[in-house]
Design a protein around this ligand. Structure first.
Ligand code: SAH
Length: 247
């Protein structure tokens, strides 16, 4: 497979385009030459609703910073997971969140909603929140380039858990909502999920969710499930869910 690059552009076979800055830099780093083949994806496929394939492309011109490529054939290849899995999670601090975004993207996550909850270590707002969000979206793009996904996972702005529950309180929502819980007597994940259909998982930060937060989530339609008797780290638990359900 030739090197893959995300380009947030409408791509049309036969046209020549200038790659966006990030992809151009990446092509420069790989020292591709005119005539070399690459693969481009834009998350929108060829523009038809629901299409999410990729395009062959050939390097046309390597400038000092500009890279022009000719777009070739479109192939309607999709490498998405069989079901949509959404993660709503207490953000782990430091580079653990980067790690989570990368691995979750590889494992096919549909969306990630970072949360601040009572016991969160990481609190983000303003410019710092915007920077982090842009950084995580970049991590997801790199993961999709690497693993062959042509659709980027959606990464939402960080929100407080209470606010998120308030604006997503529809207990009759179409998705199945599951709360990753350490409470004794909780039902195992495998018993709680139907074989198909969208799923939304809520999991806690390093310090876990408070009993009041768990109760609020349950009131919003989340049903508690366990991943077993060991306490998994805040980034391990959601990744385990994706691995279990996408295998
Ligand atoms: N220090 C916290 C642990 C938090 S682990 C405590 O002892 O309560 C971080 C989050 O991962 C938890 O809030 C929970 O949502 C999830 N989690 C970890 N291990 C789990 C397990 N075995 N089953 C279900 N959820 C788990």
């Amino acid at each position: 497979m030739s090197a893959r690059f995300y380009a947030d552009l409408a791509l049309v076979p036969g046209s020549t385009v200038s790659l966006p800055e990030q992809a151009a830099r990446h092509v420069q780093v790989l020292r591709l030459q005119p005539g070399d083949a690459l693969t481009l994806f834009n998350g929108q496929g060829d523009g038809r609703p629901g299409s999410e394939g990729e395009f062959e492309a050939t390097v046309e011109h390597m400038g000092r910073s500009e890279v022009r490529v000719t777009v070739g054939a479109y192939s309607a290849t999709a490498r998405e997971a069989g079901r949509a899995i959404h993660l709503v999670l207490g953000m782990p601090a430091n580079e653990r969140m980067d790690w989570l975004v990368e691995k979750a993207s590889e494992l096919g996550v549909a969306s990630i909603q970072p949360l601040m909850s009572e016991r969160s270590v990481l609190r983000l707002k303003g410019e710092r929140a915007d920077k982090k969000l842009a950084h995580w979206r970049g991590v997801a793009i790199a993961a999709c380039e690497q693993c062959g996904r042509n659709r980027l996972p959606l990464i939402h702005e960080a929100s407080g858990l209470a606010e998120w529950l308030k604006s997503n309180s529809d207990a009759a929502a179409a998705d199945t909502r599951l709360l990753l819980s350490l409470q004794p007597g909780t039902r195992p994940l495998a018993e709680a999920v139907a074989p198909t259909g969208a799923l939304t998982f809520l999991s806690g930060p390093e310090g876990g969710l408070s009993p009041a937060e768990e109760a609020a989530a349950i009131a919003c339609g989340f049903r508690p499930v366990t991943l077993g008797p060991r306490i998994l780290r805040a980034e391990t638990a959601p990744l385990a869910v994706l691995a279990i359900l996408s295998a």
